[in-house]
Design a protein around this ligand. Sequence first.
Ligand SMILES: [Zn+2]
Length: 377
Amino acid sequence: MCVYTRREAIDTLSRMLEIYSPTGSEGELADFIYRLLSDHGLNARIDSVGNVTASIGCGDPKILLCGHMDTIPGYIPVRVRGMRMYGRGAVDAKGPLASMVSASIVASYCKPKGTIILACVVDEEGGSRGISKLIDDGVKADYAVFGEPSGTSNITVGYKGSMHVKMTVKGIGGHASAPWLFDNPLEAIFEAYRCIKERVESLAQSDDRFYKYSVALTMVEGGVAANVIPSEAESYLDIRLPPGSDSASIYEIVKQEALKTIGKYRRIKLSMELFDSTPPYEERHESQLVKVFQDAIKSELNTEPGLLKKSGTSDMNIYSAKTNVSSIAYGPGDPRLSHRNVEWIEIEDYLHSVRILLKALSNLIGLDLNEAYRMFV
Ligand SMILES: [Zn+2]
């Protein structure tokens, strides 16, 4: 019979790192994964947006393993130093993705009594076209695991939501030597920002930042010269949302605050736009999915698993908010190395994560774990 060894799993990761795949250029990596899966007899396909999907086993329960193929831009040469492998995406998120691909291949040889839906998606670092396509196609599962770095011994159980608001203020502009004559759009924006921040951040009280709102002024544009009151200014706010909140009601509050502040000025006009939002998600910490991963980590690493809650967002938010499927994120790699100029992964951690995925899968869909371990040496 055909096998898939630890050596092959390491080769899979290093090939995936060598193939540069910033958002929008995932094609070559998709072809590589498609061929690898096909060589192992899996019925893989590439859909119209470029996602690679494969179904392993049949019947219920169904578990979705979803990782993203794209990375942020900036190639990092692939090299191994000691027990570390360096390369763009080693952490975010080709390490986690390669462990899902490897676990799926091994599982396909181990008589699953249920279905693994493996999805390698595009555009996670962009507009999430990949996961949106899966949702549009009605990909439903009983459990979903997203391949994002949590570190081998941790499980990510929550991501905050986010929303972005554009605020444009128009006035008439004039000579800066007589500021009392001309309402200043830049100053108005700054005042409005202070009020919005104070109000929104006071909406939730907690010692844990995960359950609080945050507001940041991220871009401001306006002005033509040091001695001219500008006639127009534009700004962007980034707002992070705790579980249980929704962007529509927060946007109403943001608008109220902005109108209240800018309404004091008689000669400027305000326009606002909520131009994107991602809902927050938090998995129940006692859910079966969390428990299965906790058990797998404990038995593999002999350590108490940690539960992480992240202030960023991921495809998990979008999928679980839309489908209500029990979801976590899991994958090897130190999340603090995401989006940095140096990205590396401990090869041993990567291999542990494949075994942890196999253990969790065996609990959910009854894999022949002995067979899996005989192969994965
Ligand atoms: Zn990621």
